[in-house]
Design a protein around this ligand. Structure first.
Ligand SMILES: [Zn+2]
Length: 241
């Protein structure tokens, strides 16, 4: 590039700078008139709260039952019991000691929430999962030791405000299936003839039946067992190893 060419470029740049600074001095302030108003915000209207899929339909005030509500009710501060073989047996320490089995049956949670929806009242789970140690503490008879509570396929509950209407609650429970249940004509440990269908077996324990540390309340309670669940006492023991 020649000396003359460099000089020419310099001149153009100097003119450009002087033009820019000239424009800045011509800036005019924005003026507002006394008539101007702020842009008015839209009027607020009260909106309905959205409903969430985990809410109890029609009863957002009720807390949905979750499988964690079926945790083992064992307590280490329960007085040890002497078993028929003469050994002292200590209860487990519930969720402080162990978790839930992976086999907790989802239909139990679904049915308990269905009951909450239909009654509009709180379901109180009194006994869900029982680990083998807790089951042995509650009832160590050979029949009780095959309880489906141990594999998360059985639950006991009552409904607050419906304590004296347990049979009505059972009627609502089977409304879920849109079909009348059958009645179980074989002998069981309850006076009221149980109900069942292909999926569940339901017993009603009256106020003077089936009392243990889990069901030490004074109300009748409902027992739901899931049918067709395969398990063994050995298997439920091994789960915790
Ligand atoms: Zn336990």
């Amino acid at each position: 590039m020649s000396k003359k060419s460099i000089q020419c470029h310099f001149t153009i740049l100097a003119v450009a700078i002087s033009t820019l600074s000239g424009n800045e001095s011509e800036l005019v302030p924005i003026l507002r008139s006394s008539e101007e108003r702020a842009y008015p915000p839209p009027l607020l209207t009260e909106a309905e709260l959205p409903s969430y899929p985990w809410e109890i339909k029609g009863h957002p005030e009720l807390r949905p039952i979750q499988k964690e509500d079926l945790h083992c009710q064992g307590r280490r501060d329960h007085t040890p019991k002497i078993l028929s073989n003469g050994e002292s047996h200590q209860d487990c320490d519930g969720p402080l000691e162990h978790g839930l089995p992976v086999t907790v049956q989802p239909i139990l949670v679904t049915l308990l929430n269905w009951i909450q929806e239909k009654t509009g009242c709180e379901v109180v789970v009194t006994s869900g999962h029982r680990c083998p140690r807790h089951q042995t503490y509650l009832n160590a008879s050979s029949k009780a030791l095959s309880s489906k509570h141990q594999v998360g396929a059985e639950v006991n509950f009552y409904v607050k405000g419906w304590e004296d209407r347990a049979e009505e609650v059972i009627g609502l429970l089977f409304d879920y299936y849109n079909a009348d249940p059958k009645r179980w004509d074989r002998e069981t440990d309850v006076r009221t003839v149980p109900w069942y269908n292909d999926e569940v077996f339901v017993k009603l324990y009256q106020k003077d039946e089936g009392r243990d540390e889990d069901n030490s309340h004074g109300f009748a309670f409902i027992d739901i067992q899931v049918r067709g669940v395969q398990y063994t006492w050995k298997g439920s023991q091994e789960y915790y190893r």
